[in-house]
Structure formats: C-alpha cells, structure tokens
Design a protein around this ligand. Sequence first.
Ligand SMILES: [Zn+2]
Length: 380
Amino acid sequence: MLLLLSLFVSTAAFTQSFYGRTAGKLPYLNYGLGEDRLGGAKMGFLDSNVLVKVVDSSKGDYRVQLSKTHFAWLPKTAFKADTAIKLQPFYLTSSWRVYGDSAYDYVNVSLTEKLPYASVQEIDPARLVVDVFGVKSNTNWITQLSTVKEIKNAWYEQVEEDVFRIFIELKHRQHWGYAINYRNNTLQIRIKRQPQSLKLKKLKIAIDAGHGGTNLGADGLTSKVLEKEYTLKIAKEVEAVLKKKGATVYMTRLHDTDLSMVERTMMLREQQPDLLVSIHLNSSGTPTVKGTSTYYRYIGFRPLSQAILKRMLELGLNEYGNVGSFNFSLSGPTEYPNCLVEVAFLSNPEDEQKILDPKFHKQVAKKIYKGIDDWLKSNR
Ligand SMILES: [Zn+2]
C-alpha cells in the first residue's frame, strides 16, 4: 500500500515532459544526483541553445532524456523552457568537413538541430570520441582537407539507434585540448594542435592562484594564515620562474581578488593558454594527513600532472597522490591541458612550517617549472 502510494505521488508530481534549450554561460550535464564537496560528477559542458527534453525534476535539477536509453541531469539555472520549439519527426546528420585554419583543426558535422552531446578523451592511441544524442546518420560524405595538422582520421559509427559516435584520431600522443560548439546547426569540434615548438619561450602558460577576496580557502593549523594569501605568493614565484625562462604567463589574479570559478573559466577560455596550472593548499580534519598531490579530470591531460608531481616529490614532501576524475571546476575545461597542484597541507604542522617559508615558495615554483619542462620534453 505504501509502495503504491509513493508511486502514485511521484507520477503525480511529474506528469508531462517538456522541451527547452540550454541557457547561461556554462551549461553542463551531470550523470546523477550524487554530490560531494565539489558537486556532482559531470558528464560535460554543453553549448547554449541545445535542445533538451525534460522528463523529471528534483530540487535544483531537471532529468533530461538525451536518447532512448541515455539520461542526464541539467541544473535548472542552465535551462530555458521553450513552447515554440517545433519538434521534427526525426533528426539527421549530414556531410562533414574536416579542415584547418592558421590556428586549429576542425571537424564540422551538419545536423538538423542543436542536439546534446558528450565527449571523452582516449589515449594510446590518442582519440577524441564525441557522442551526439537523438540523431541518426545520413552522413555519406566526409571531406578532408590537407590544411589539417593534428587530425589523423575522422569517422563515425551509429552505436545505437539514436546515438551517433564521432571518432577523431590525433597525430600526436598528447592531447592539447578541444572545444565543441554549434555554428547554427553545425556541430563544430575544434582541435588544438600540438604547438610547433615545445620550448617555453613559445608557449603561453596560465597560472591560477586559488581562492581570493572573500573566498579565503583553508587556514593554517597553528599560524591561522589564509590559503588565498599563500596560493598567491607561490603563484607569483611560479610566474617569475616561467617568465625568466621566456614563457608568456597569464595570471588569473595578481591581487586579493574575488573571482568565481565561472569567471576564471571564461577568462581562461578567452586567453586560450597552452596549459594551465592551478595552485592550492590542502587541508584535512586529521592533522597527521600531509603531503603533496596533483589532480586532473581527463585521462588525456594526466601526463602533465604526473610530471609535476614527480618533481614536487623531490622536495621531500609525503606523496598524497595523483588524483584522476577530479571534480574541481578548473579541471573541467577541455580546451587546454591542466593540472591542479595541492602543494601541501595547511592542516599538518610539518607541512605548515614549510608553507610559511618564502624559500619553500621558490623551491615549489622551480619544481612546477621542472615538471612542465619534463612534460614538454617528453612530447618533443
Ligand atoms: Zn583551495
């Protein structure tokens, strides 16, 4: 009886599906309603104005149906209902164009509507795999021009009745990033090429000092110093070393500035750096927990975080680890390789003493530089 009643209640709460489009600056899909300190696990970002079908609702999220068998959760703030949408009986892909301009390679896939998609990086061989949902292939023509420099091959499979999978095989082992957007109803996948020269002098490196302004971060166990101040001190040392080596350095902040994660992401998107290093200091409720760690979200960006961790360990810090699938906002962008460095623990007395020492900031900066340089050399 109870079961029947609850079934009745949940159906009554949501009787009819409706349609709309993604909206806002950085719409994204989550796999489920799970959550931790950094939010739910993300399926990926979407462009705005992408058609979505809402089939259920839960607090701040809509459950959206991507295809017959694929579902995801979309924040309500990233959705705009639209009753004027004229649904087509079916959606089709059409011809592709694979080409390059002076800066990037592109795969343009014509569609009859802006449909949701999700992407993953694969390694060995390096490939980008993009699923487009709710669409059937009518692609019988893939024009490939010699202006491409990074794309080795591009093809597709209709992996489910209404899931169209795009494969893009890269020439280099290392992923340098990509962006997916719509140009009218054409899905455009922009591939970042491996830079022609992997010398620091030729590269633009973004450094993000964590927190700032009213966002204080953690504080020191005994000293009570603020994370936001020490991330900036260390970031400035990293900037100094990289500039000395001839790199172009972009700092997300140079002062005690309030910057949201969306603001940082948009600034970085505009800057189009070759890579990003975010600097934070760790904290734990258990004071014995200590050490250094690096983090990445996507497998194709892992090698940078491994190279930096290897050098950081030369400072005699405990190994806290190399952490993957990490849900940190600035690990989310796919446009450039990125690495979060949690230098050491402010909540551990030994690590804290190191963090307070200006000499240590210079040593950390040198190790981060060395890690970047090792990684660049491994890609030459
Ligand atoms: Zn932090």
